[in-house]
Design a protein around this ligand. Structure first.
Ligand code: GLC
Length: 421
């Protein structure tokens, strides 16, 4: 039995997921079934949202979790590319269309960009809840391998074990202040973002060419934590299917990414994992929750380092220990903004997925009370304001889109825990 959260929360989460469910046949005749992030504001299928939705569905109705992940894979290509956004039922809304990272200004079925690669990680969790469909665990191993291979071939041409993002929104952390200096006038929230997308179109989305000739790209800590989590999950799925040699290969690749995070991104002085930007791989100094994301890697990161992340940052009252959730930016950063900033995202407010990924890391350090405190603050925010896109870290007020799908992860947080099983 899945441990339960308060009955009102379980019921509200299930109702929210059902309300956001979309299924049908695309104009090209491809069947789809997914959860839209928010009915009014985000109507398409987003990659990492779908991974979180599937994990939330797994507690409610595992068949829909499986359908959501199968649909996401179907949005991809045979070479292993899986898009950031898939436009199944409706074309990209015309006002926004030029800004979606597509091949052409109009008419594409998905973006040419990626998003934080949690697919294999989600697949393993959904498989664990799929006693009614035991074949699910092994049915897409070839496609999941192709996806991991694509990421490494196209996004890690220097072979250092860290994959790179070309656009700030490829991490899902679109407007985070950590990207302000890297992208300058081409940051996601500035008009020049259109030029960044046009430049990628001009280079036919050839990642290797873009990485070799420009400096607006980032080896992002959160993205690589997700990559390592997915490689580990893929290795376990392969081992369970009896393919030990392939399992060993992907486990070794996970270890390589974990080691690269430790050797290249860990800043011993500041006690944070910092992104590397551009061809010179300059460290990006802004403290955001992504700098703490390696907490989700558990034993792969030495305990002394995880303790520093927790004690010097996550639990520091001036930095990330807030009344509600985990602020997306350290409260002592000059760029920190706790409230609504004209639809700019990730500049301070607390998001449920961040807490879901990090709280288990506190448990593993014996800091369960702190995890309970964070989960409790978010449950209370949801009770008062519903499933919103993000929450004010001081007051818990709901901000951004209404009816936001992945905020239903709070039920899993309240029931037991998040990312660490
Ligand atoms: C916002 C978020 C991004 C998410 C998308 C859809 O753009 O920044 O992470 O994937 O909305 O919910």
């Amino acid at each position: 039995m899945t441990p339960a959260a308060p009955a009102w929360l379980e019921a509200a989460a299930a109702a929210r997921l059902r309300a956001n469910w979309r299924e049908g046949i695309s104009p090209r005749g491809v069947p789809y079934a997914f959860t839209c992030p928010a009915p009014r504001r985000y109507k398409h299928q987003w990659y990492w949202d779908s991974c979180f939705h599937a994990i939330a569905w797994a507690r409610v109705e595992p068949a829909r979790a499986r359908a959501e992940l199968r649909t996401l894979l179907r949005a991809g290509r045979p070479d292993g590319f899986v898009p950031h956004t898939a436009f199944w039922d409706a074309p990209a809304r015309w006002r926004r269309a030029p800004l979606y990272a597509t091949d052409h200004v109009r008419g594409d079925t998905g973006t040419s960009s990626i998003q934080t690669p949690l697919l294999a990680f989600a697949w393993e969790r959904v498989a664990a809840a799929s006693a009614d469909d035991p074949g699910f665990a092994g049915e897409a191993l070839g496609a999941l391998r192709a996806h991991a291979d694509w990421l490494e071939r196209e996004r890690d041409p220097d072979g250092d074990g860290l994959i790179a993002i070309l656009l700030p929104d490829e991490s899902g952390l679109d407007d985070s202040p950590k990207y302000d200096a890297v992208y300058g006038p081409m940051a996601h929230w500035r008009p020049g973002y259109f030029r960044l997308v046009q430049r990628c179109r001009g280079l036919a989305w050839d990642s290797r060419a873009i990485l070799a000739t420009t400096d607006e790209h980032v080896e992002d800590v959160l993205v690589n934590v997700a990559h390592a989590l997915s490689l580990r999950a893929l290795a376990r799925l392969l081992a369970a299917a009896g393919d030990e040699p392939a399992a060993a290969t992907y486990a070794a690749r996970a270890a390589r990414t974990e080691t690269a995070l430790l050797e290249r991104c860990w800043d011993e002085r500041r006690g944070l994992f910092l992104d590397l930007a551009g061809r010179a791989e300059r460290r990006v100094g802004v403290s955001t929750w992504s700098a703490l994301a390696p907490l989700a890697l558990g034993d792969a990161v030495p305990q002394a380092i995880r303790l520093r992340l927790a004690e010097e940052h996550l639990l520091h009252p001036g930095r990330y220990r807030a009344g509600c959730g985990i602020p997306s930016v350290s409260m002592e950063e000059p760029a920190f903004r706790p409230g609504f900033t004209g639809w700019r995202t990730w500049r301070g407010p607390s998001w449920v997925n961040a807490a879901w990924l990090l709280v288990g890391g506190l448990d593993a350090l014996g800091l369960r009370d702190e995890g309970d405190r964070i989960a409790g603050g978010l449950v209370e925010a949801v009770r008062r304001h519903g499933f919103r896109e993000y929450y004010h870290p001081h007051t818990g007020a709901g901000i951004g889109a209404h009816g936001f799908g992945w905020s239903t992860l709070v039920a899993g947080l309240a029931a037991g825990r998040g990312a660490q099983k």
